[in-house]
Write a protein that binds this ligand. Structure first.
Ligand SMILES: [Zn+2]
Length: 66
């Protein structure tokens, strides 16, 4: 019954922001991590009931990313 974990990959970034996309087909979750404000901005919610985590060591995106 455990929810499938979705891995989000950093696909683009600059000094201020990084764009993450979910790697699971059919999900489509995308978000921007704001390095300056240390916050995330969700662009597309995707399958928002699935736990998402980030793939880079730069930012500690955890299951609670919303
Ligand atoms: Zn996903």
């Amino acid at each position: 019954m455990g929810a499938e974990r979705h891995l989000m990959m950093c696909v683009d970034s600059n000094d201020a922001e990084s764009l993450f996309e979910c790697t699971v087909a059919g999900c489509g979750r995308r978000l921007v991590f704001d390095h300056v404000g240390a916050r995330t901005v969700v662009l597309d919610r995707g399958l928002s009931n699935a736990p998402h985590h980030g793939s880079t060591g730069l930012v500690g995106l955890s299951g609670g990313v919303d």
